[in-house]
Design a binder for this molecule. Structure first.
Ligand SMILES: *Cc1c(COP(=O)(O)O)cnc(C)c1O
Length: 375
């Protein structure tokens, strides 16, 4: 068995690095006894709103709930159609289906994000919203998408689960749509120690409805004004997040530095991800493309380097969505990218040695292929 030299993520290392602060968050919580909706929840929300440049941030239990509760609060329901990118994580389509609406899948552009030029042909009288996904940590082309949404009277909900701290044309991810959904899952660029998420919005009414929906529809302890869920973020998790939040710019800085190393070391070796000049990419994933992706992944793994594919199955090919989506069957760009893409490890704790070793191994793979082809 190959032993892993360069893991795809290393959350244990992060736990160790911030152990003191995280233990402090736990003991503060035990001392305060404010387990549910304690003060730190609101404190975190106001800091997240500030980070995303919005009036409100409402914490919830997951990125999925952030999407589903936003859709519900936006009045999206049975029979409505919602357009989204065919290459997202399943939660995006799952949340649309959860509120009874129909996911309508759209193809993507070379930058892995929804192709604005292909959105309009999916619009029907039943279309209510568009969910662009800021995949891999780079914003979708929000100005163009908002323009389309505006022209057709549609609402735009950002799936910003992978894009905390990213911006486009100087405006933060999460501040472009009527609302945006973020995840605080441990694998995202910023996270708690379990499940969590939040919604950002400038719309007071929407913020109010999401607050009700996350807490049983209760305006106060005994007055229920709508059906709701229980999707509160624990005070303990909010304290963990507050302890870690100042680290986010440091983490993002390091991840962008690693991306730069990959870019200069792997130019011409594999196809590098597109990063738009007017976009601040936070590299949730560093996704390269290679024609013989399968062999490359196996070769890297043979040298102890772990890589992943985000995501190997396009949404319309999942059993869950078969016959439950619209948007045709032909997603040629997404299919092509799906067969070639490979996510390289990229996380703040990764050291220069691992990065160099990964790049050397990758370069030697390409060299081998070249030697084989001239034999
Ligand atoms: C992670 C993720 C979600 C869901 O977030 P959870 O917190 O795991 O529910 C939704 N959309 C995208 C694009 C994601 O990457």
């Amino acid at each position: 068995m190959t032993s892993i030299v360069v893991p795809f993520v290393n959350l244990k290392l992060r736990g160790q690095r911030y152990s003191d602060r995280l233990h402090k968050a736990l003991s503060d919580t035990l001392d305060a006894g404010d387990f549910i909706m304690g003060g730190p929840v609101q404190e975190l929300e106001s800091r997240l709103a500030k980070l995303c440049g919005t009036k409100h941030a409402i914490s919830v239990n997951s990125g999925y709930d952030a999407l589903a509760l936003s859709l519900e609060a936006m009045g999206i329901g049975p029979g409505d159609e919602v357009i989204t990118a065919v290459n997202s994580f399943v939660a995006t389509a799952g949340a649309i289906a959860r509120v009874g609406a129909i996911p309508v899948f759209c193809d993507i552009a070379e930058d892995y994000n929804i192709d604005p030029f292909q959105i309009e042909r999916h619009i029907t009288p039943r279309t209510k919203a568009i969910i662009p996904v800021h995949l891999t940590g780079q914003c979708a082309r929000m100005d163009e998408i908002n323009e389309i949404a505006c022209r057709h009277g549609l609402l735009c909900l950002e799936d910003a689960a992978q894009a905390i701290g990213a911006s486009y044309k100087g405006r933060p991810a999460g501040s472009w749509g009527i609302a945006a959904a973020f995840s605080l899952h441990p694998l995202k660029n910023f996270h708690v120690l379990g499940d969590g998420g939040f919604v950002t919005t400038n719309d007071d009414g929407l913020a109010e409805r999401i607050k009700l929906l996350r807490n049983h529809g209760l305006v106060d302890r005994d007055t229920c004004v709508m059906y709701g869920a229980n999707s509160r973020l624990d005070t303990l998790q909010a304290r963990f997040a507050l302890e870690l939040l100042d680290e986010l710019p440091v983490w993002t800085g390091r991840v962008r530095e690693i991306a730069q190393m990959y870019r200069s070391g792997l130019e011409g070796v594999v196809e590098l991800p597109i990063s738009h000049d007017d976009s601040y990419h936070v590299y949730h994933n560093f996704v390269v493309r290679a024609k013989d992706r399968g062999r490359l992944q196996a070769f890297l793994f043979g040298h102890g380097i772990e890589t992943k594919i985000h995501y190997p199955v396009l949404l319309h090919r999942n059993d869950a969505f078969k016959n439950r989506f619209k948007g045709g069957q032909c997603f040629s760009m997404a299919e092509k990218i799906c067969s070639e893409q490979l996510s390289l490890p990229i996380y703040p704790e990764m050291d220069d040695e691992s990065i160099a070793m990964l790049m050397d191994t990758l370069i030697s793979f390409v060299g081998n292929i070249f030697n084989e082809s001239i034999k």
